[in-house]
Design a protein around this ligand. Structure first.
Ligand SMILES: [Zn+2]
Length: 433
């Protein structure tokens, strides 16, 4: 999903080189020995590897996958077709019925992204449904489902292209089934960490980063401004902070996503020709500034079976370590925010206008100097959570008093805050170095 970076690239690289070297060695040995039995064994091993994994369309690495593409499409599409049936049953419009102009816009932008994507040979279609939430998702089949509110909230076609690119990328990189297979195999192996929700969230988190990067390349190749994705996240960070109300997040927090999307967008900027599909798009999918596909796989019977199995195991292991590392990082940041929150005291709150609230805080600690402090306020109105944030400018030293101000929209008066059970909280903070 579109809601909720890139130091792991090197680590993966090592795994690939290691498995490649090993496979070359094994292959060499098998060919030299010319042993029929060994070749047969290797072919058998290759088939085993094929049945539990597939070659990643983006990196060429092997990743766990127990379902073949046809089964994936069937399962993924069945889910979406159920949504379509439900919408009809409840007399809710879909596609052009929701809004003709917005649906045409969706189809137009979708077509251009799909045409340069890794899955251009599959017949895909977008589905527009009427929902009051900012979201889009894929289920591993050949649909992309878009909520109507998203169409209205995005500023331009480039931003819509970024969302669509991200969603197609989830299926391209096989995230839906990778996670499913990973969970199945971890469960078989009796892994404890795989059962933790924090680990699951971290696993998803890494997939989100990958989908962001692939999606940003797509936007550039299709002729849409590749910096559009970073603008979406910049806006979200400004309006809702990092939304660290949850302990674990399965999507990177807004600030990180903004910075990483900006870096990736700048990197692929040379591929972008406004409004035009890059004529080299097919070759750039395999080899670009963000990744390089490994196209060499040793043939089955010549050591390819051993290599494929090793590569599958290594890939799964690296992913496992990445997810564990990310889980730890999230836990550390969450406990840091909690510890800061415990020494932040609200000194006063003051109504500064019908829709304006001013709060004063004291940082009563011997702790580190803080930066990027985001103070949040949330409440429940008509059964829905609403969140407001203020980004406190500059550094905050221990003992310092500072202000956080909230400007509410017309539907929310300061006098009604109590009625909606409003609560102040610390959304995020970093230790200044
Ligand atoms: Zn996503």
């Amino acid at each position: 999903m579109f809601f909720i970076t890139n130091n792991y690239k090197g680590f993966r690289g090592i795994g690939v080189i290691f498995s490649l070297r090993l496979s070359v060695l094994v292959g060499f040995f098998l060919v030299l020995s010319g042993c029929q039995t060994l070749q047969k064994v290797d072919r058998g091993l290759y088939q085993v590897a094929e049945s539990v994994s597939e070659r990643d369309r983006v990196t060429g690495r092997r990743s766990l996958s127990m379902a073949d593409r046809r089964a994936q499409i069937q399962q993924g599409n069945a889910y979406v077709e159920k949504i379509i049936a439900q919408e009809k049953q409840k007399n809710r419009p879909i596609n052009a019925g929701v809004n003709r102009a917005q649906y045409q816009r969706l189809v137009r932008v979708f077509d251009r992204i799909h045409r340069i994507s890794h899955l251009k040979k599959e017949r895909w279609q977008p589905l527009l449904i009427k929902r009051d939430s900012f979201n889009a998702f894929t289920t591993g089949g050949t649909y992309i489902v878009v909520h109507s509110k998203l169409m209205f909230d995005l500023k331009d076609d480039a931003e819509l292209a970024a969302v669509i690119g991200h969603e197609i990328a989830h299926t391209v990189a096989n995230h839906v089934y990778e996670r499913q297979s990973h969970a199945q195999i971890s469960a078989l192996a009796g892994s404890n960490s795989a059962r933790r929700s924090g680990y699951q969230a971290a696993f998803t988190h890494e997939s989100e980063r990958e989908a962001d990067r692939i999606g940003i390349l797509y936007t550039a190749l299709a002729g849409y401004d590749p910096l559009a994705a970073s603008r979406i996240w910049q806006r979200k960070y400004a309006s809702e902070g990092n939304a660290r109300a949850l302990f674990h997040h399965d999507h990177p927090v807004n600030a990180e996503r903004y910075k990483e999307a900006q870096a990736a967008g700048k990197a692929v900027l040379p591929y972008y020709r406004k409004g035009q599909i890059n004529p080299r798009s097919a070759e750039l999918l395999d080899n670009n500034v963000l990744w390089r596909k490994n196209n060499n796989e040793v043939a089955a019977g010549e050591g390819g079976g051993v290599a494929a199995l090793l590569s599958t195991a290594l890939g799964a292991y690296v992913q496992h370590q990445e997810a564990k590392g990310e889980e730890l990082r999230q836990r550390q940041q969450a406990s840091f925010v909690k510890s800061v929150e415990s020494v932040l005291k609200v000194e006063s709150t003051r109504k500064a206008g019908t829709h304006r609230l001013e709060t004063r805080w004291r940082y009563a600690a011997n702790g580190p100097v803080l930066k990027d402090v985001v103070i949040g306020l949330y409440l429940k109105r008509n059964g829905k959570i609403e969140r407001y944030v203020d980004h406190v400018k500059g550094y905050i030293k221990p003992g310092q008093v500072f202000a956080a101000r909230f400007e509410f929209p017309s539907h929310l008066k300061v006098d009604d805050l109590k009625k909606y059970g409003a609560r102040l909280y610390l959304d995020d903070a970093q230790a200044a170095r």
